[in-house]
Design a protein around this ligand. Structure first.
Ligand SMILES: [Zn+2]
Length: 306
């Protein structure tokens, strides 16, 4: 799948753009009916003062996310109906002129849809179109070219994704989330399916758990010192449920302890920002240390156990 770039609606605009918490139950497909790139589509959405909003815009090169999946967006024209209040909205770019850029954008969107279906454990019946909610002829070019054709494309990507997931299935899954200064706690990430954090938003706290074995982790507060190690995973437990004290951090250290029935021993492989991976396991030949550079805000965090 092409990269997902995050450019999120700032919290001070939540009231206009995404006022409600959301438990998504479906995907709603749109076409932009213009020729803007995904980045421009999202920054225009963020910067104007109309309520119109959507979660993702997809073009021929990348996917840009503007709203978190746990907040609603205004895109389906059904007021407080299920489209607006339970739908993850995806805008496919370049639909005005069509052509190769649009064809590629649609294919990238089909991959994004497939990955979302897989993440939530949904079937193809969860893929809906704007037209289902308000009667508007949207996604216009996708409809012109054939809605069933688009669904088939999603299904074929689902097949591909399933193969990938079999190949990438891990003996140990790691789940993690970060809190940022601007956006609070962000959704949980599993393994390397995404990274935790946003560009330009300092991370202040991190929580990590594993499906098997245990982890011990700590963070270094920028300009200060290491905080104590923690082993829990509970954002309501300030003593051991996460590492951090609400101030920007610049380094992270993680140890993974493999249960005795897994051989060979595994390591935590983790990184912050775009620095190289760090490995730690507190056993011989482990490359001991931490991820991060003192004095530089952590804005992204990723970890896998392998
Ligand atoms: Zn639409």
């Amino acid at each position: 799948m092409v990269n997902i770039v995050k450019n999120l609606v700032p919290e001070n605009k939540y009231g206009i753009k995404c006022p409600n918490m959301m438990n998504p139950s479906r995907i709603v497909i749109h076409n932009t009916a213009n020729d803007a790139s995904a980045r421009n589509e999202i920054s225009y959405m963020i910067n104007n003062d109309s309520e119109t909003s959507f979660h993702y815009a997809v073009d021929d090169k990348e996917i840009v996310q503007g709203v978190l999946e746990n907040r609603n967006a205004w895109h389906a024209g059904d007021g407080n109906g299920k489209g607006n209040r339970e739908g993850i909205a995806i805008e496919i770019c370049y639909s005005k002129s069509g052509g190769d850029r649009f064809t590629k954008a649609e294919e990238n969107a089909a991959e994004l849809v497939a990955s979302i279906l897989k993440r939530y454990g949904w079937g193809i019946d969860k893929v809906t179109k704007h037209q289902d909610y308000s009667g508007k002829y949207c996604p216009h070019r996708t409809l012109d070219m054939g809605w069933d054709r688009f669904l088939k494309m999603v299904e074929s990507k689902l097949g591909n994704n399933n193969n990938e997931s079999v190949r990438e299935e891990k003996e140990v899954d790691v789940y993690y989330k970060v809190r940022t200064q601007k956006h609070g706690w962000l959704p949980e990430v599993r393994n390397l399916e995404d990274y935790a954090g946003f560009e330009n938003s300092p991370v202040t706290d991190i929580a990590i758990r594993v499906s098997r074995g245990t982890v011990k982790y700590r963070v270094h507060v920028k300009g200060k010192s290491w905080l104590p190690y923690v082993t829990g995973y509970n954002i309501n437990d300030i003593t051991s449920g996460y590492a951090g004290d609400g101030k920007p951090i610049d380094a992270v250290e993680v140890y993974y302890y493999t249960p005795s029935d897994i051989k060979p021993y595994k390591k935590a492989k983790y990184k912050v920002n775009d620095y190289p991976y760090q490995y730690d396991n507190e056993i011989a030949n482990g490359q001991d240390g931490y991820a991060g550079v003192f004095g530089v805000n952590v804005v992204k965090f990723q970890i896998i156990i392998e």
